[in-house]
Unconditional design. Structure first.
Length: 161
């Protein structure tokens, strides 16, 4: 049996000591790979601050053990979220000046990007349902909703244009 685990983060393979098998991905991202855009909030999958994409889906990295991943699983963090959808979301976030303290925002952007990847024209209910797992102590929820709608509109216009 291999005495290491291999993970693929932002397109780069990393070989980790087997002792990290039970380590939450969040700690590897922040402490080992220095990808500090992904935040620690609660550690128990309740706040969404640690949201990353694994194979395009939102996952809470605080409760994802490194050993759950295979080397074929593609982890994307906020630092490398540069798909067309992610770019539209980031631009819209800036346009609406969504961030207040900013702490929750990388998780919000990752969840919003995953939402728009699946649903090109989300309703308020769709947004509230999907984003409800991402908490914001600064109460930026109304701006988040607006920004997601603006991003959806700009993506639709780009596709039709
Ligand atoms: S830190 Fe992972 S959900 Fe809160
Ligand atoms: S912007 Fe401060 S916690 Fe969300």
């Amino acid at each position: 049996m291999a005495d290491y685990v291999e993970i693929n983060v932002n397109g780069v393979r990393h070989r980790l000591d087997i002792r990290h098998k039970r380590t939450p991905l969040l700690w590897i991202l922040r402490d080992e790979l220095k990808l500090t855009g992904t935040k620690y909030g609660c550690g128990i999958a309740q706040c969404g601050a640690c949201t990353v994409h694994i194979n395009g889906l939102s996952r809470r990295s605080c409760v994802t053990e490194v050993g759950e991943l295979t080397e074929d699983d593609k982890v994307i963090t906020i630092e490398a979220a540069d798909s067309t959808i992610a770019k539209a979301v980031k631009e819209s976030w800036v346009q609406h000046q969504v961030a207040q303290c900013g702490y929750c925002q990388s998780g919000q952007i990752m969840s919003a990007t995953a939402l728009l990847s699946k649903n090109k024209n989300p309703t308020d209910d769709d947004i509230d349902r999907v984003m409800s797992g991402n908490l914001c102590r600064c109460g930026t929820y109304p701006l988040i909703r607006k920004a997601i709608k603006t991003a959806a509109k700009s993506l639709t216009e780009a596709n039709n244009g």
